[in-house]
Design a protein around this ligand. Structure first.
Ligand SMILES: C[S@@+](CC[C@H](N)C(=O)[O-])C[C@H]1O[C@@H](n2cnc3c(N)ncnc32)[C@H](O)[C@@H]1O
Ligand SMILES: Nc1nc2[nH]cc(C(=O)O)c2c(=O)[nH]1
Ligand code: SF4
Ligand SMILES: [Mg+2]
Length: 210
């Protein structure tokens, strides 16, 4: 249990459960191949059975860390920061993103959209999940829609989600990692037949980087 004082700071978004931070190459989606400092915030109740960071789910395992400290670490390494998790929109992102913007950093988010949008973002990557669908504010503001393909039904889900997202969003299909041998050829065919979609791969896993 957190003390009352720390819980209040977390509620304000002045402290956040920090799981890890690392400077790497964005592996997925529109900004694939570009350097970015990743900040992974713990806490997620969406429960994707194939999630590749299940250790992030329980926020209590990750120490509440002040936004000032998180921002200082980020500002010394990079010009673009990616906030991920866990599900970052579990928390109020207002203060974190304001402070990162004050340091002239570009601020991106990886989100399922399961909670309403908070914070100021240069790029919003929405990766919707069937078990907890995105909120309207995230559909309206997403710059990219990245749907994970685990089975054939996910192509239908992808089309449904494309109807709901704003019409400027760039559309990606990304194979679920454990099903990539089976699903990647289907994605390739699908994109050739439906060229409004693009292929996204988890390239950092091929590069053996975080
Ligand atoms: C770990 S999630 C964290 C951010 C947020 N909770 C979300 O789901 O967007 C980061 C990205 O990894 C994707 N992802 C997670 N597990 C994956 C897997 N096994 N294969 C492919 N993509 C995966 C998610 O869909 C999301 O786009
Ligand atoms: N290199 C790299 N790129 C990523 N893009 C999205 C990631 C995430 O876990 O949110 C991720 C990640 O974990 N590593
Ligand atoms: S929403 Fe993101 S962090 Fe949460 S379980 Fe799904 S993939 Fe993992
Ligand atoms: Mg990842």
């Amino acid at each position: 249990m957190l003390s009352k004082e720390i819980q209040l700071e977390v509620n304000k978004g002045a402290m956040l459960p920090l799981m890890e931070e690392f400077y790497t190459i964005q592996g997925e989606g529109f900004h694939t191949g570009t350097a970015a400092y990743f900040i992974r915030i713990g806490g997620c109740d969406v429960g994707c059975h194939w999630c590749d960071v299940k250790e992030s789910w329980n926020a209590e395992l990750h120490p509440p860390t002040s936004v000032d400290l998180i921002v200082n670490n980020a500002a010394s390494s990079a010009d673009t920061v990616v906030i991920t998790g866990g599900e970052p929109l579990t928390w109020d992102m207002t203060l974190l993103t304001q402070e990162l913007k004050n340091r002239n950093l570009k601020v991106h988010i990886e989100t399922s959209g399961a909670y309403p949008l908070s914070g100021t973002w240069d790029w919003i990557c929405l990766s919707p999940k069937k078990n907890k669908l995105p909120t309207q504010t995230v559909y309206d503001n997403a710059h990219e829609l990245k749907v994970i393909i685990y089975n054939k039904h996910d192509f239908i889900f992808a089309e449904e989600q494309a109807e709901l997202v704003n019409d400027k969003a760039i559309l990606f299909l990304q194979p679920e990692w454990s099903k990539k041998e089976e699903m990647t050829p289907l994605i390739v065919d699908y994109v050739m037949n439906n060229p409004k979609w693009r292929v996204s791969l988890q390239t950092h896993k091929y590069l053996n980087i975080p």
